[in-house]
Design a protein around this ligand. Structure first.
Ligand code: PNW
Length: 511
């Protein structure tokens, strides 16, 4: 059995230290790579599970919590959600935090990624009024995690903007960045003694593109305009929060702030030069839009976005580009505003050039100018957008490594939706095959990845798809008042991985 010692500049996620349950610590590490066994070094790698506030908590108006844009959206237009459902109760985790932590204990995971609900902490949206019950809820969750030696990786914003702030324009209003800084400061002051690893935003691509450019909450439906405004203010807000944290709260550099960005792999539909170029353009529009300003050495938007959107805006007779411009000071503030990259990765698309036709109506899709398809042979999931393509994970991680000088990465989401049922052999296969791809990216290619988070701990409210798409390691019975949770086969599989740090040599479930 041959062993390779691979010297990697890795960061260590340090788990189980009293008082500092999750800690990302930069340093040098020697990893033993044993190709026969496929283990992730225990000391330098951590396994976790993820959820988000709106998708699991329920208690939508409990004890001082105000309305979020998703409450407003699902209450006023139930017909826009696939099964006409809302997350008023969801998995009732507002009342079941302790039970959820016990589920994690059985999994043996080292950390929990959850999000804090802005309208539960600041009902007005502003920091002039703090809702004590919201603080109590997250304090109890954090205490419970600490008592069970499970680290916390906390997302500040997973799409549930207070409706009061949306009434002011939400993320299209530049002042939202200041209010987000105020909110973040409350979080650092209130929970920062225990939480050392933070994510500012979850998937700005999704909530800016689908929420402001499309019909998801808040339903801006102004593609090519509001989506760019949203992204612009979110990037400004991210940079401002990062700098504020370092100046006001993190003098000893013990804490870590990142952002979760989603990247489906963009594979050229053929080896032709045109398809290769289209695939790279798609990567820049989908991922570079947010990553280039933060993670590249130059900063600012990707040149290809600047070029295309400026040119198309001119052809549409706009007096200025629909893609806003950063000031020089903003570029500098945003550039390098990270301690790690949170990566959400699920699937892969094939890319070729679009028709090249530009309508007068602004459109992000026209601006990007590509056509996305899938290979019909790729196994399906229960979500139309999600095909099972494990090799795309490795390619994504390598592209990030090569494009942004091998940043420290925590995989903050990866998972698959399937039918109801406890015997989810397909999920076991999905996780196992994606982890093999991840393992190769780390130990063969030298990608600096220190953590993997499975989406999701349990079935939950899947946004526009309601409860119809299930991503959980634990199944939730929505008909029982108790929202009973039951371990699926995949929970047993994932527990083996999380506890041993190794992929089982054999498992019997095939796609
Ligand atoms: C993520 N894509 O969204 C979200 O962060 C979660 O809240 C959500 O439940 C989960 O994935 C499953 O959908 C995504 O099209 C939405 O590639 C779309 C994509 C990826 C992630």
């Amino acid at each position: 059995m041959s062993r390779y010692a691979v010297l990697l500049s890795l960061a260590v996620i340090w788990i189980g230290n009293p008082g500092e349950l999750v800690r990302l610590q930069k340093g040098e590490n020697i990893i033993s790579y044993n190709p026969a066994q496929l283990c992730f070094s225990n000391r330098s790698f951590a396994f976790g599970v993820a959820t988000a506030a709106y998708q699991i908590e329920g208690g939508w108006n409990a004890s001082g919590k105000s309305e979020s844009i998703w409450d407003r959206y699902t209450h006023t237009h139930p017909e826009w959600v696939y099964d006409h459902e809302n997350a008023d109760v969801a998995t009732d985790s507002y009342h079941k935090a302790k039970e959820d932590v016990q589920l994690m204990r059985t999994l043996g995971v080292q950390f929990y990624r959850f999000s804090i609900s802005w309208p539960r902490i600041l009902p007005e949206g502003f920091n002039n009024k703090i809702n004590e019950d919201g603080v109590r809820y997250y304090n109890e969750l954090l205490d419970e995690l600490e008592g069970n030696k499970i680290g916390a990786l906390v997302t500040m914003y997973h799409w549930d903007l207070p409706q009061s702030l949306q009434d002011l324009g939400g993320w299209t209003n530049p002042i939202m960045a200041d209010y987000f800084v105020d909110y973040a400061r409350v979080l650092f002051q209130t929970f920062g003694d225990r939480v050392k690893t933070w994510l500012t935003f979850n998937e700005p691509l999704t909530f800016c593109h689908d929420g402001y450019g499309g019909g998801d909450a808040p339903g801006g439906r102004a593609s090519g305009l509001e989506d760019y405004m949203c992204a612009h203010n979110v990037l400004r807000a991210h940079g401002m929060v990062y700098r504020m944290y370092k100046e006001e709260f993190d003098k000893d550099r013990q804490g870590y702030v990142g952002i979760s960005l989603d990247m489906p792999w963009m594979e050229p539909a053929s080896p032709s030069a045109a398809d290769k170029t289209a695939a790279e353009t798609a990567r820049q529009f989908l991922f570079g839009w947010f990553a280039h300003p933060i993670f590249s050495t130059q900063g600012d938007y990707p040149p290809i976005m600047r070029q295309r959107i400026d040119a198309i805006s001119r052809r549409q007779k706009f007096a200025r580009s629909r893609l806003p411009s950063f000031t020089e000071a903003e570029i500098i503030n945003i550039r390098g505003s990270y301690d790690f990259l949170g990566l959400n990765h699920y699937t892969t698309n094939l890319v070729k050039p679009g028709t090249g036709k530009i309508s007068l109506k602004p459109s992000y899709d026209d601006d990007m100018g590509v056509k996305l398809t899938v290979n019909p042979k790729w196994p399906k999931s229960n979500s139309t957008w999600l095909r099972v393509v494990p090799w795309g994970f490795r390619k994504t991680l390598n592209w990030i490594k090569n494009t942004y000088n091998n940043p420290l990465v925590v995989v903050t989401e990866n998972g698959v939706s399937l039918e109801k049922g406890l015997d989810d052999a397909k999920r076991v296969n999905y996780i196992d095959s994606y982890l093999r791809s991840l393992h190769a990216a780390i130990y063969k290619d030298g990608c600096d990845v220190v953590g993997y988070t499975h989406w999701s701990l349990l079935d939950n409210f899947e946004w526009m798809r309601g409860f119809s798409e299930r991503f959980g390691l634990f199944e939730v019975d929505y008909r029982s008042p108790d929202r009973t949770r039951t371990a699926r086969r995949s929970a047993h599989y994932y527990a083996t991985v999380a506890k041993t740090g190794c992929l089982p040599d054999k498992h019997d479930y095939k796609y």
